[in-house]
Ligand binder design. Structure first.
Ligand SMILES: Cc1cc2nc3c(=O)[nH]c(=O)nc-3n(C[C@H](O)[C@H](O)[C@H](O)COP(=O)(O)OP(=O)(O)OC[C@H]3O[C@@H](n4cnc5c(N)ncnc54)[C@H](O)[C@@H]3O)c2cc1C
Length: 280
């Protein structure tokens, strides 16, 4: 097996262009488990990304925030800029695995592994995240909702690297929420998760509602009809009830060893009620 340790993005892209069948190794938390379980063949060539410092940057870009694909989940979860602007992402990363895993795992790995249960992904949907994909001689931006094609399937092409994610800063005062329902409080894969952002105007009417659910379909899902229920209206108990019912009837989860489809549908709807304001 040949191993490569590029130290900048350009060298990583050159190597990936030269050896397009290489395995990209970020934190290795998913890959280690897959290789041990023989779910993938031993690779002939591995490109380790850990020395590429540029990939780990977190930047305030004025109206938006950029997070490098190689940023560790623990570093993002502790970052004040992220906590102040995008607490929905902080909450999701604090619910991810355990501190030792979060110290190794990267944002890029959580995205590219393309699990419908990946904790970082629903927040990226509601934040309007765009993923920056780079090849040796080309780059493109893809919206989070267009990146995933199914479980373990993405639009990534041969020789293409996810280098980072950017999203506009949500307006100050927007309500942001993430919750994961699992079999335990720690080290649990989501049975259902939900990320949400509600932005209201000065009169208390909802300008924008964004919800995304994990583990209820082949990819993270949004249900635009649910969002439309709120937009332009003052949030009331009745609106939340309507939205919860709609979600329950719209999602198409599967039965698996962790939960039944019926339970997942019910919980996906119930999670909407977590955003009920006290005084409605
Ligand atoms: C004990 C344990 C608990 C876990 N708990 C959770 C949990 O609670 N929630 C959760 O969401 N996940 C969980 N996971 C899964 C895993 O930790 C995450 O998906 C993690 O974020 C993966 O990141 P990584 O950097 O380790 O990825 P890696 O294992 O290095 O890579 C994962 C995949 O992404 C590809 N990849 C990585 N970086 C890039 C890039 N920049 N461009 C293109 N492709 C890339 C790799 O080639 C590989 O296919 C758990 C795993 C373990 C072992």
């Amino acid at each position: 097996m040949t191993v490569h340790f590029p130290e900048d993005i350009k060298s990583a892209l050159d190597l990936f262009d030269m050896f397009p069948d290489s395995l990209l190794w970020a934190g290795g938390t998913d890959l280690m488990a897959e290789l041990r379980a023989k779910k993938r063949p031993a690779p002939e060539s591995v490109i380790f990304l850990e020395k590429v410092k540029e990939l780990a940057e977190i930047r305030d870009e004025g109206v938006s925030i950029f997070i490098g694909a190689g940023a560790r989940l623990s570093g993002i979860a502790e970052n004040k800029l992220i906590l102040d602007s995008a607490p929905v992402l902080t909450q999701a990363l604090c619910a991810h695995s355990s501190p030792p895993i979060r110290n190794m795992a990267t944002l890029g790995g959580n995205i590219c592994t393309a699990s419908p249960a990946a904790d970082a992904v629903p927040p990226l949907y509601v934040l309007g995240g765009e993923l920056l994909l780079q090849k040796k001689d080309a780059s493109r931006k893809v919206r989070a909702g267009d990146f995933f094609l199914g479980p373990r399937k993405t639009v990534l092409e041969k020789g293409e690297l996810l280098t980072g994610v950017s999203f506009p800063k949500p307006p100050q005062g927007s309500v942001q929420y993430f919750e994961k329902v699992g079999q335990r409080k720690a080290l649990a894969i989501a049975i259902v998760s939900m990320a949400a952002i509600l932005t209201t105007d000065s009169g208390g009417r909802v300008e924008k509602a964004r919800f995304a659910w994990g583990s209820v379909g082949p990819t993270v899902v949004r249900i635009p009809e649910t969002e439309a229920i709120f937009e332009g209206k003052k949030p009331t108990h009745e609106l939340f009830r309507q939205a919860a019912e709609l979600v329950k009837d719209s999602v198409r989860p599967i039965d698996d060893i962790r939960a039944s489809a019926a339970y997942r549908s019910q919980v996906a709807g119930n999670l909407v009620l977590r955003l009920l304001p006290d005084q409605v």
